[in-house]
Ligand binder design. Structure first.
Ligand code: FAD
Length: 401
C-alpha cells in the first residue's frame, strides 16, 4: 500500500467509492494537515462553541496559515494553474463540513461568495489589490445580498438603493443574514442604482459612518457563525469602491452559481460527520444487554446514511470534474445542491433518531449536525428555488412567478 493509500484509508474511511483516490499525494497531505488541525485544536470545544454561539478563536487565521489557495502541495503536476483543483476544493469543503458546518460556512462566505464577488465583480485594479490579500486571509470578507423582505426574490426585489452624487454613491437600506459582516474588513454589498434600476456592487467597511451591524440572536442552526443584520443610513461610497463589473443581476448570479457547488460539497461533508457520530454512538450504547450496533434495524439506517453519503460524494465529485473541464452549468449545480441538502436532512434525522434522547443534547455531535442541516437546506437557493431552476430546464417554462 502506498503512503497516499494509507493516508486515505485513515482520512476518509467512509469513501467506499474510492473517490478521494483521484486526489494527488500533495492534496491528500494537505487535507490530512487540515483534518489534524481541526481535531487537535477544536474537537474538545466545538459543541460548547455551538451552545454558546461563539467562534473558536483563531480558526480564520489557522485556515489562512494553511494557505489553501497557494500551497505548493496543491500544485504538484499542475504548475501554472491559477487555482487548486476542483476535486481538491470539494474535499476541502467536505473535510471542514465533516467536522462542523458553521466553520465551513465561515470559510465559504469568505473564500467562496466574498472572494468571488471581488474576483468576478472587480476591475483589473480591484482584483490585483484585493484578491491576493483575501486569498492569504490578510483581509476578511463576506457577501451582503439578502434583505429583510427579500430572500428568494432578490433578483428583482432588492430595496437597498444607491444614488450617484458626483464621484460618490449614497447607499440606503438593510441587509439580513450576512455571515461574518461584523468581523469583515471589506463587505461586498449589492444595491439598486436608482437611475437605471439595475443592481450594482459596493465595497463597504463596517466602521464607516451610517453602517450599523448587529448579530442575529437565538438561531437554532449554525450557532457558531455570526449572522448579521446590516442597516445602511446615507452611507457614502467612493466610485473607486464600486465593484466595476457588477452591472446587472446576471453578474451577481454568476457569483452565486460559482459557489452553489460549494454548498453541495458542504452538505456532503455534513452527511459524513453525521455518519461518523452515529457509527461511534451505536458501538458504545447498549440496550437489551448488547450494543445497539448489533441490531438489524440500526444497521439498516446506518446503511442508508452511508448510501446517501456515497450518492452525494459521487454527485459532488462529478460536479467538480465538470468545473475542472469548464462544463459547469446551472442545472447540474442546482441538482447537486437540492439533492445533497435533501439527503443531508434525511441522514441527520436518522442519525438523531438512532441517538435516542441523547440525540437532542448538544453535547452529542449529532444534535449539532441535525440543527445545522436546516440552514444548508435553505441557503444558496432553497430547495424550491433550485427545483424551479431544474424545472425550467426540463419544461422550458419559468415558474418562479
Ligand atoms: C444561516 C444562513 C446564512 C445565510 N448567509 C447569507 C449571507 O452570508 N449572505 C446573504 O446575502 N444571504 C445569506 N443568507 C440568506 C439566504 O440566502 C436566504 O435565507 C435564502 O435565499 C432564502 O430566503 P428567505 O430566508 O428570505 O426565504 P423566503 O425567500 O422568504 O422563502 C420562504 C419559503 O418560500 C419558498 N419560496 C419562495 N419563492 C418561491 C416560489 N416562487 N415558489 C415556491 N416556493 C417559493 C422558499 O423556498 C421557502 O421555503 C443566509 C441564510 C441563512 C439561513
Amino acid at each position: 500500500m502506498t503512503e497516499k493509500d494509507q493516508m486515505l484509508k485513515e482520512l476518509y474511511p467512509e469513501d467506499i467509492l474510492n473517490i478521494a483516490k483521484e486526489l494527488t499525494e500533495g492534496e491528500v497531505k494537505f487535507l490530512k494537515q487540515l483534518d489534524d488541525m481541526l481535531e487537535s485544536k477544536y474537537r474538545d470545544s466545538i459543541n460548547d462553541h455551538w451552545v454558546n454561539a461563539t467562534v473558536p478563536e483563531g480558526f480564520f487565521e489557522e485556515m489562512g496559515k494553511l494557505n489553501y489557495f497557494r500551497n505548493p502541495l496543491l500544485f504538484e503536476g499542475r504548475e501554472g494553474a491559477k487555482t487548486p483543483s476542483q476535486l481538491f476544493q470539494f474535499f476541502l469543503s467536505y473535510t471542514v463540513a465533516r467536522f462542523d458546518v458553521s466553520l465551513v460556512t465561515v470559510l465559504g462566505v469568505h473564500q467562496g461568495l466574498g472572494h468571488n464577488a471581488f474576483l468576478f465583480g472587480g476591475s483589473k485594479e480591484q482584483v490585483a489589490h484585493y484578491i491576493p490579500k483575501l486569498q492569504s486571509h490578510e483581509l476578511r470578507t463576506c457577501f451582503a445580498l439578502t434583505e429583510p423582505e427579500h430572500g428568494s426574490d432578490v433578483a428583482g426585489g432588492l430595496e437597498t438603493t444607491a444614488k450617484r452624487d458626483g464621484d460618490k454613491w449614497i447607499i440606503n437600506g438593510a441587509k439580513k443574514w450576512i455571515g461574518g459582516a461584523n468581523v469583515s474588513d471589506v463587505i461586498p454589498l449589492f444595491a439598486v442604482d436608482v437611475e437605471t434600476g439595475k443592481p450594482k456592487g459596493f465595497i463597504i467597511r463596517p466602521e464607516q459612518d451610517g453602517v450599523d451591524i448587529d448579530i442575529i440572536q437565538n438561531k437554532i442552526a449554525l450557532r457558531i457563525i455570526p449572522n448579521t443584520n446590516i442597516r445602511l443610513d446615507n452611507v457614502v461610497v467612493k466610485e473607486e469602491d464600486r465593484l466595476q463589473n457588477i452591472n446587472s443581476f446576471k453578474d451577481i448570479a454568476k457569483i452565486l452559481y460559482s459557489t452553489r457547488a460549494g454548498v453541495s460539497y458542504m452538505a456532503t461533508g455534513a452527511m459524513a460527520g453525521a455518519l461518523r457520530a452515529t457509527r461511534d454512538y451505536v458501538t458504545e450504547r447498549k440496550q437489551f444487554g448488547k450494543e445497539i450496533s448489533k441490531y438489524q434495524l440500526i444497521q439498516e439506517k446506518l446503511a442508508m446514511m452511508q448510501g446517501n453519503l456515497s450518492h452525494a460524494m459521487a454527485l459532488s465529485a462529478q460536479l467538480a470534474r465538470m468545473q475542472e473541464n469548464g462544463e459547469y452549468d446551472e442545472v447540474a449545480t442546482s441538482t447537486a445542491k437540492m439533492m445533497n441538502a435533501l439527503r443531508l436532512r434525511e441522514s441527520v434525522s436518522m442519525g438523531r433518531g438512532i441517538h435516542g434522547g441523547n440525540g437532542i443534547l448538544a453535547e452529542y455531535d449529532i444534535a449539532r449536525f441535525f440543527s445545522d442541516a436546516e440552514a444548508v437546506y435553505t441557503y444558496e437557493g432553497t430547495h424550491e428555488i433550485n427545483a424551479l431552476v431544474i424545472g425550467r430546464a426540463l419544461t422550458g417554462d419559468s415558474a418562479f412567478i
